[in-house]
Design a protein around this ligand. Structure first.
Ligand code: NAP
Length: 333
């Protein structure tokens, strides 16, 4: 089971510059929120990471709380790195982690204090057996901690060498604008913003993308497939056994699959077929059509899904008719 990465791993992937930075990210990145925890099959996760890297996916996204149980995705990823990514392969990877959601009990294991962010990153590094992460995110804004405290902690983390770059996640326009300004003044500019964005989640279009572009910051939208809704999985109206909606620990509620959503998904799927794409591919391409998007951050539960998603890059173009047809479908009540 020893791993030797494909010699052609950089041939087909498209790399986009992250804002004004020196960093290039693959058009498709891999998220480890689900399917890599202690409850999941370790070898499946390992095969997905290997297949991703073999196909030029150099960016893997984690957070302190990914699992379940929380922390186990980082532990498993650390073991995979240790087993498979030996020698200098670490230098071919951009690894991110985050802190901002509940991680340990008591007043210091959540939100955005300096105490929490610093302690959490130390724990993440231990779990992943790493000296540093490439990107460390404030996972969500904390309404009760001064933004200056959170941003100063991120700046000091970069100065300490435990992270190379800073990211913000789930910051809406007002707090993102303030945070970006503070980080710029501190001399540690924000590298990237990670917002939720899909055909079903459009808030970033109301000013955030413009703000990121204005400040030379990259964008990595998460849950682009609406956790699997925007795939061929639920089209018949039933919930397959191994799907996220069927899992007790899955964050996708079966109740999200309403008759209206099913009608929309089937109409979108017909359009995707017309484009000779799977619905997942069309949903990913739809995110990547915005040139301000650096990379799209999707999760997968199998190597087959990963290959399906990689083939998105074969057709990233939309006609204006296709785009307006998508809008019409999404307006169905
Ligand atoms: N910053 C944040 O607050 C935040 C929040 C959420 C997520 N994220 C990041 O974003 C990443 C992606 O989010 P997500 O996992 O919710 O995203 P997603 O990409 O919208 O959905 C992933 C799920 O879609 C299904 N899928 C993927 N490709 C498929 C294909 N080709 N055909 C059929 N089904 C397919 C799989 O579902 P099944 O498991 O059912 O097979 C997979 O688990 C996370 O892993 C995490 O890194 C960040």
């Amino acid at each position: 089971m020893s791993y030797s990465p494909s010699a052609t791993r950089y041939d087909a992937m498209k790399y986009n510059r992250c804002g004004n930075s020196g960093i290039l990210l693959p058009a498709l990145s891999l998220g480890l929120w689900h399917n890599f925890g202690g409850v999941d099959n370790f070898e499946t996760g390992r095969a997905i990471i290997r297949a991703a890297f073999d196909n030029g996916i150099t960016h893997v996204d984690l957070a302190n709380n990914y699992g379940p149980p929380p922390g186990s995705a980082e532990e498993n990823f650390g073991s995979i790195l240790k087993k498979d990514f030996t020698g200098y392969l670490r230098d071919e990877l951009i690894i991110s982690s985050k802190a901002g959601y509940t991680m340990w009990p008591g007043p210091y294991g959540d939100w955005g204090s300096r105490k929490y962010l610093m302690a959490s990153l130390n724990q993440s590094l231990q779990r992943m057996q790493l000296d540093y992460v490439d990107i460390f995110y404030s996972h969500r804004p904390d309404p009760d901690t001064p933004l200056e405290e959170t941003m100063n902690a991120l700046h000091d983390i970069v100065k300490s060498g435990k992270a190379l770059y800073i990211g913000l996640s789930n910051y809406h326009l007002p707090e993102a604008t303030r945070a970006i300004k503070i980080l710029k003044e501190l001399g540690t500019p924000c590298l990237i913003h990670q917002p939720k964005y899909s055909m079903y989640e459009r808030w970033v279009e109301d000013g955030l993308m413009d703000e990121l572009e204005k400040n030379g910051i990259g964008c990595i939208p998460f849950s682009p497939l609406a956790q699997g809704l925007l795939t061929n999985k639920y089209l018949q109206g039933n919930i397959p056994e191994q799907s996220r909606a069927a899992k007790q620990h899955g964050a996708l509620q079966a109740s999200a699959i309403t008759p209206k959503v099913l009608e929309q998904l089937n109409a979108l799927n017909a359009l995707a077929q017309h484009r000779r794409q799977s619905l997942a591919q069309m949903a990913l391409a739809w995110i990547l059509k915005d040139k301000r998007v650096t990379t799209v951050l999707a999760g997968v539960s199998s190597v087959a899904q990963l290959h399906d998603n990689l083939a998105t890059l074969n057709n990233l173009n939309f006609t204006s008719e296709e785009l307006s047809e998508i809008e019409t479908i999404l307006k169905v009540n």
